[in-house]
Design a protein. Structure first.
Length: 178
């Protein structure tokens, strides 16, 4: 499955759960923003992401939740900080329900989910995401693995609200006006 096919699947879905486990991802679509972040520049105008944010908001307004569980990498990477500050804040404001779980402190009841990996669960369809060693997307594969979906959903419930977690972690925020 390529990214276009994955996007079509997600657009048709009434319930989406994304599990992200890598320390960093590499994509051409956010390369310029990531580079600007790393240089310490101010955050670009959120209007550049308006189509994506509107897509999230429309889905949530229709009663079709978009959820995300982000495993906090150890050590915390610059890419992860960028995601939090320049992506997740806006996604959460648009209605995505984002939760985080520290890779170093998995709760006992969530340990079975450590092997789930990077996936999307779109309704009852489980899509395993495959990346190269640099975090660049290689492929997506529909697995039909209902157990993986069940565990991912259960682990998501153990995550902490991103908005609350981010507010409590000023040590990860950049020291520039954004």
């Amino acid at each position: 499955m390529n990214l276009s096919e994955l996007s079509d699947l997600l657009e048709r879905s009434t319930d989406v759960l994304r599990v992200e486990t890598l320390g960093s991802y590499s994509s051409d679509s956010d390369r310029d923003w990531l580079d600007a972040y790393l240089r310490g520049e101010p955050k670009p105008d959120v209007e550049a992401k308006r189509p994506w944010l509107d897509r999230l908001a429309r889905a949530v307004d229709r009663g079709h939740p978009w959820r995300r569980l982000r495993v906090v990498p150890q050590p915390v990477t610059d890419y992860f900080r960028y995601q939090c500050e320049w992506s997740y804040v806006d996604n959460a404001a648009a209605g995505e329900d984002i939760r985080v779980m520290d890779a170093a402190n998995w709760p006992e009841g969530a340990r079975s989910g450590m092997w789930v990996g990077d996936i999307y669960v779109a309704d009852d369809t489980v899509v395993a995401m495959h990346y190269d060693h640099d975090g660049r997307f290689v492929s997506a594969e529909e697995t039909g693995d209902a157990e993986r979906a069940r565990i991912a959903g259960g682990v998501w419930t153990f995550g902490q609200s991103f908005t609350e977690w981010w507010a409590a972690r000023p040590d990860l925020h950049r020291n520039v006006a954004v």
